[in-house]
Design a protein around this ligand. Structure first.
Ligand code: PEP
Length: 257
């Protein structure tokens, strides 16, 4: 089996207008100069309105940075005011789209069904969905972190073929660790990430399980990324706050240096 290349994905959330985004991607390009693409992949998920600028900077500089969207419409096109389609994102060169981020689930009422439809919309347009799952504090306290996360994986991947599952990225993001400064221990991350891979192996076979990248997300910083990455089933990180500074995010991408 081919080794899984670590993926460090920076979720900018609703930060940085297009000019600020331009400055950050330029600085990040400088900081990642000479990155060995067999060692790690850097990706950024800017706000929709920054994507055209990011595409232009990345293409012009041939920067070692993939990019994508923080969300994607479940619909193809038409009368869906305010939505952005997979076709539009593909035309902007998006490699990825985050789907089912806990902030979408919490504040925008995204159900399993909607999340599943968005995963399918991404795949249909050649975009890799980064399916975000993870338990809240109540479920963590009740010891239900694995069951809750697996139910979200199962719901998000419903109806997909093994070949489609193989292309997806899963991000395990315990809600209590997002934006709180409270990072999960490496063992906590490994417990759920390995359970996710086991579930994929049972449902979709070895090839899918061995190819899928399972990321950890929740207060990842340059100071804690290396110990998380030592765990065998943690294949990268989804990074919020720490992705807004070029030097800090570049250090995360270069965790092996
Ligand atoms: C996120 O939003 O996906 C995230 C992990 O945020 P933070 O790194 O800020 O906790």
């Amino acid at each position: 089996t081919t080794p899984r290349i670590p993926l460090m994905a920076g979720n900018w959330k609703m930060n940085l207008d297009w000019k600020q985004g331009q400055a950050l991607v330029e600085d990040l390009g400088d900081a990642l100069k000479g990155l060995d693409s067999s060692k790690a992949e850097a990706a950024i998920l800017p706000p929709f309105v920054d994507l055209r600028t990011v595409q232009t900077v990345v293409d012009a500089g041939k920067l070692p940075i993939s990019f994508g969207a923080q969300d994607i419409s479940e619909h193809e096109e038409g009368a869906y005011t305010g939505e952005i389609s997979g076709q539009m994102l593909a035309a902007l060169g998006c490699t990825y789209a985050a789907v089912g981020h806990s902030e979408r689930r919490q504040y925008h009422g995204e159900t399993e069904q909607v999340t599943n439809a968005k995963v399918k919309a991404a795949l249909k347009n050649g975009i890799v969905p980064i399916l975000c799952v993870g338990e809240g504090l109540e479920d963590r306290k009740a010891g239900k972190q694995v069951a809750t996360s697996l139910a979200q994986v199962e719901g998000g991947l419903e109806g997909l073929s093994a070949a489609e599952v193989e292309k997806t990225v899963i991000a395990y993001e315990p809600v209590w660790a997002i934006g709180t400064g409270e990072v999960a221990t490496p063992d906590d991350a490994q417990e759920v990430c390995s359970a996710i891979r086991d579930w994929i192996r049972a449902a979709h076979g070895d090839s899918a399980a061995d190819s899928v990248r399972v990321l950890y997300g929740g207060s990842v910083k340059s100071s804690n990324v290396a110990e998380l990455m030592e765990k065998p089933d943690v294949d990268g990180a989804l990074v919020g706050g720490a992705s807004l500074k070029a030097d800090e995010f570049a250090k995360i991408v270069r965790f092996q240096d």
